[in-house]
Design a protein around this ligand. Structure first.
Ligand SMILES: Cc1cc2nc3c(=O)[nH]c(=O)nc-3n(C[C@H](O)[C@H](O)[C@H](O)COP(=O)(O)OP(=O)(O)OC[C@H]3O[C@@H](n4cnc5c(N)ncnc54)[C@H](O)[C@@H]3O)c2cc1C
Length: 339
């Protein structure tokens, strides 16, 4: 049965929980579907993951297409592309949203090439324009311009969505979705990679969009007497290090660690901003953070407007003292565990 006009979201999850970007995409797809008088479908691929159908419904899915197979237990380009391409060819939804995560950035272009479909990457919003044409907006030229792409094709359109920009809507726990189990016909011989296991990522190397905790520094953390304090706290928290544009200009972080509208949009559970003033260009990239702690010696610093916990202090005192406290707590926990 054709499901043309449906808006689909490819669900991503980690440790049994849906990734925030999946929830953000469901909200966006919901708005589109309501406007178009259509439905939201969520594609859930994996092994033994049916329990995630309920949260997908709570955040906006009308139906969940479950592809449950051992060959989908871990992400591989071949298996996910083949399974998804077949499903899209068969059901022809209007739009398929994929998170611009490490896996999503791998999957989306391969899928677009396989389907010969249009792909708009790193979108911030998607709207329905005149005559139902999709309008996909992203930032360009170092975030100085917004580019809106209009999809004129009538076939399935693909888009990746930048995590942490749209924001997660409120769940409706009374919503239910129709669960459709899709038969998976994958040939194991055509899957050229095999995942042998999952290594916990090194917080220093993890992509900031996937980090649970980020310690970020700005101009106030610049200089040899200050930046090591950022790294010391990050190590004590098991956090990734990020920074402002000035931190990048000062050579403290590479471009891919810069946070803000022209850098990464992040959605960690905890974001620590130290020596960052809080320009909108920076805070625009941390809207998805669950808890923001700001440390600044200027009580009027704008960053405090975005912070849940405001620490007016010199970061040279607060950061090393906090890191030491965390290390001491870890040692006493370890000793307690051995007794
Ligand atoms: C088109 C455009 C795009 C941009 N995109 C981005 C972007 O993506 N990301 C981004 O970050 N910026 C971006 N910027 C730059 C942005 O406007 C700000 O200039 C920048 O974020 C400021 O960086 P900062 O907070 O590190 O420095 P500052 O604004 O100089 O702030 C330093 C802060 O450190 C505090 N401080 C100083 N010493 C201490 C101390 N000892 N202890 C505690 N606090 C201290 C000060 O009180 C101050 O608040 C963009 C600008 C433009 C024009």
């Amino acid at each position: 049965m054709s499901q043309a006009n449906e808006f689909w979201v490819v669900a991503e999850y980690k440790d049994g929980e849906l990734q925030e970007v999946t929830l953000e995409m469901l909200g966006e797809a919901r708005k589109l579907a309501d406007k178009a008088g259509s439905l939201v479908g969520a594609v859930l691929m994996g092994e033994g993951v049916a329990a995630l159908a309920d949260p997908l419904a709570h955040y906006g899915a009308d139906r969940v297409l479950l592809l449950d197979d051992a060959l989908l237990a871990q992400y591989t380009t071949d298996a996910y592309t083949t399974a998804l391409a077949e499903l899209i060819q068969e059901q022809a939804p209007s739009l398929v949203l994929i998170g611009a995560t490490a896996n999503g950035k791998d999957l989306a272009p391969r899928l677009a090439a396989r389907l010969r479909a249009g792909l708009a990457t790193n979108c911030m919003t998607i709207k329905l324009g005149e005559g139902g044409a999709l309008q996909m907006t992203r930032l360009d030229y170092g975030a100085q311009f917004q580019r809106t792409m209009v999809c004129s094709s009538t076939g399935t359109q693909l888009a990746t969505i930048q995590p942490g920009v749209i924001g997660v809507g409120k769940p409706d726990t009374t919503r239910q979705a129709e669960l459709t189990t899709v038969e998976v016909k994958l040939d194991p011989n055509k899957i050229r990679t095999k995942a042998l296991g999952y290594l916990k990522p090194d917080p220093e190397k993890i992509d900031l969009t996937e980090a649970d905790i980020i310690v970020s520094g700005g101009r106030g953390a610049g200089g040899p007497d200050r930046w090591p304090a950022i790294e010391e706290l990050a190590a004590a928290l098991g956090a990734a290090v990020g920074g402002s544009r000035v931190a990048m200009d000062l050579g403290l972080i590479p471009w891919k660690r810069m946070i803000g509208i022209s850098g990464k949009s992040v959605a960690p559970k905890l974001y620590v901003a130290a020596g960052i003033s809080g320009a909108s260009h920076h805070t625009g990239g941390i809207r998805g953070a669950k808890l923001v702690i700001a440390i600044n010696n200027d009580p009027a610093a704008p960053i405090f407007q975005s912070a849940d916990l405001k620490v007016v202090a010199d970061l040279r005192e607060v950061l090393p003292a906090t890191a030491k406290r965390l290390r001491d707590m870890a040692v006493s926990d370890e000793q307690g565990g051995q007794q």
